[in-house]
Design a protein around this ligand. Structure first.
Ligand SMILES: [Zn+2]
Length: 355
């Protein structure tokens, strides 16, 4: 049984902050920064050409951009500079984003505005300024998982949220604006385009076979062997059959689950080890820190719970030292990906890394 204690406190402007601790620590640090009003929700518009929703988050332009360590808002508060986290030490912390792309609906906006309702949270992986998810100790990674599980479970109860998306960006190449190890949770008032598409394919597969699509995919990977990177009793990591990026890895539980909230302690306990291995292999390919996006795909809150399976997708845009894959004409304008590396080849490169 994995014990993680959650303490909920309030930030200076009323936002919620949650501390997750492996030990039963008492947390009561008060955020003493001067009160300021929180931004109103942004507007959301539907693209008339595709039907896709676009969130207009104009208030995000003033965000901190790669601040030096002494002004890092994700470090614990140790000096007169009040960071987002009032305590002087912590293990894992989650708080509501100060400049959210999606936030709780407000009655202050005119009725004709379609509000970007939802919730955006920041997940701080450590009180140490350097590192990323893969560089944490296994027990610390497990605490991050406990936070992901808890937040998915709780955010899924909000009536204006349709989908919960936990992710980590690493590297300035993929738009990271804070170096401190952290991830985010975006919760949308709609089902995102990629999830809608996956949902349709997964539903069709389930209707014709009675098996969740991810289970059939895993069965194929086990049969083919060539794209598997790592596995343990509960998880399997592989380069997907039709990868879109030079280094793309999926990590899925071997037994179908709709979302993080459904993870048992036993299955969750087995994740940090394989996650660490996969991320070490990724960095080992070229011997440099790879920029990546690590994304938790899970079923939407209200639909597709029997068909869309939880999996963790890591994509790196690096194709060689000094070379990035840019989303060029075909990818950006048409959504049609062209891949320079065969998935079987990148799987071999990842397996060949000496750990
Ligand atoms: Zn920091």
């Amino acid at each position: 049984m994995t014990f993680v204690k959650r303490t909920e406190l309030k930030m200076f402007d009323g936002r919620q902050i949650f501390y997750y601790d492996r030990e039963p620590v008492e947390r009561s640090a008060v955020d003493t920064r001067p009160v300021e009003p929180r931004p109103l929700p942004g507007e959301m518009r539907q693209d008339p050409l595709t039907g896709e929703w676009i969130a207009m988050a104009a208030h995000r332009q003033g965000r901190a951009f790669l601040p030096p360590k002494e002004f890092c808002p994700l470090c614990p508060t140790k000096t007169d500079f009040g960071t987002e986290i009032a305590d002087s030490t912590f293990e894992v912390v989650v708080f509501e984003n100060r400049s959210p792309s999606f936030s709780a609906p407000s009655s202050e906006l005119p009725a004709e505005v379609i509000q970007a309702s939802g919730r955006c949270e920041v997940v701080v992986f450590s009180d140490q300024h350097e590192g990323s998810f893969g560089s944490l100790e296994l027990a610390q990674m497990r605490t991050v998982m406990a936070a992901w599980i808890d937040r998915t479970r709780e955010i899924s109860t909000l009536p204006y949220v349709e989908q919960v998306f936990a992710f980590e960006n690493r590297g300035e190449e993929v738009g990271v604006t804070l170096n401190h190890p952290h991830g985010q949770i975006y919760s949308y008032p709609f089902i995102t385009p990629r999830t809608s598409k996956m949902l349709q394919v997964a539903q069709d597969h389930y209707d014709s076979t009675g098996v969740p699509l991810i289970s059939s995919i895993i069965a194929r990977e086990i049969k083919d062997q060539v794209r598997i990177i790592a596995q343990n009793e509960h998880w399997i990591a592989y380069v997907p059959f039709a990868a879109r990026y030079p280094f793309e890895i999926h990590v899925a539980p071997k037994v179908f689950l709709a979302d993080l909230a459904g993870l048992s302690d036993e299955v969750a306990d087995a994740f940090p080890e394989i996650a660490k291995e996969v991320l070490l292999r990724l960095d080992g390919v070229f011997g440099i820190q790879m920029a990546y996006i690590a994304a938790w795909h899970q079923a939407p809150v209200r639909v597709g719970r029997d068909v869309l399976g939880l999996h963790w997708q890591i994509t790196s845009i690096r194709r060689a030292p000094g070379k990035l894959k840019y989303l060029a004409g075909s990818e950006s304008a048409m959504g049609a990906f062209i891949m320079d590396v065969k998935p079987e080849q990148s799987a071999q490169q990842l397996r060949d890394v000496q750990l």
